[in-house]
Write a protein that binds this ligand. Structure first.
Ligand code: ATP
Length: 234
């Protein structure tokens, strides 16, 4: 059997003396979309940081394609194909769409990537000369996704794709995410309790207070989600 693309086993992590992740388990098979859901402070971004090599676990193990990467740096993980779209998108307001894409991938490969991206996102092609800071939130998020896929990642980690966007725009972006997964990229999609994300995910986990409180097929979690959300907001 082939190893999962990403596996976290019993991962704990801390900022200084304060432990914020307490034994997280996650498994993502190649080409799948895994969504990590949970309220503010649940530990979602800290989990993203562990996956990206920005926060080293104090306990447990992280594996990428069966290889132990628990102590790997962000730089090593990036070269191994892990690419993060951070909360807030990481866009440069005074650079154009085309300039962003040129910074992400260059040479013949970069040109080929741009052709594919403009094919998949015609809106970005129309706006290729526009400064990113003047685009709508949805277009900026499209650009953030495109920059990431221009680097041809094996694993794409997206933190709060939906933040500040209208539901219809989020729905369109989710369709793009699903299409990216169909091309063989594995995806971790971190969201607060957004019901719609369950529709494009293959696996879902719900986090609360630094632990995974539910995991499984999105259909099986959908029912529990309203109750969990209510409990978390009390
Ligand atoms: P949100 O949805 O609000 O972004 P989250 O689920 O992503 O929340 P984290 O950002 O991972 O949660 O935070 C988990 C816990 O770690 C919180 O209690 C938070 O205060 C704490 N924390 C996060 N970053 C740091 C840091 N740099 N230093 C100290 N504590 C931190």
């Amino acid at each position: 059997m082939t190893a999962p693309l990403l596996e976290l086993r019993g991962v704990s992590a801390a900022y200084g003396q304060i432990e914020v992740l307490h034994g997280i388990d996650l498994t993502l098979q190649a080409g799948q979309v895994l969504t990590v859901l949970g309220p503010n402070g649940a530990g979602k971004t800290s989990t993203v940081k562990v996956i990206a090599g920005l926060l080293t676990p104090t306990n447990g193990r992280v594996e990428l394609c069966g290889r132990d990467v628990t102590s790997a740096s962000a730089d090593q993980l990036s070269r191994a194909g892990v690419c993060v779209v951070p909360e807030g998108r990481g866009i440069f307001p005074r650079l154009s769409v085309e300039e962003h894409l040129k910074l992400s991938a260059w040479g013949a490969e970069g040109r080929e990537a741009r052709v594919q991206i403009f094919d998949a996102f015609p809106r970005l092609y129309e706006r290729r000369k526009q400064l990113a800071g003047t685009m709508s939130g949805g277009e900026q998020q499209m650009l953030a996704l495109s920059r990431a896929i221009a680097r041809r990642p094996a694993l794409l980690v997206v933190d709060e794709l939906s933040m500040g966007l209208a539901p219809l725009v989020v729905e369109q972006l989710y369709e793009h995410v699903r299409a990216i997964a169909t091309q063989g990229v594995s995806i971790v999609l971190v969201e607060q309790f957004i019901h719609d994300v369950l529709g494009i995910a293959d696996v879902a986990v719900v986090m609360q207070n630094g632990t995974v409180v539910r995991s499984g097929h999105p259909d099986d979690l959908a029912e529990d989600l309203a109750g969990l959300y209510l409990a978390a907001s009390l």
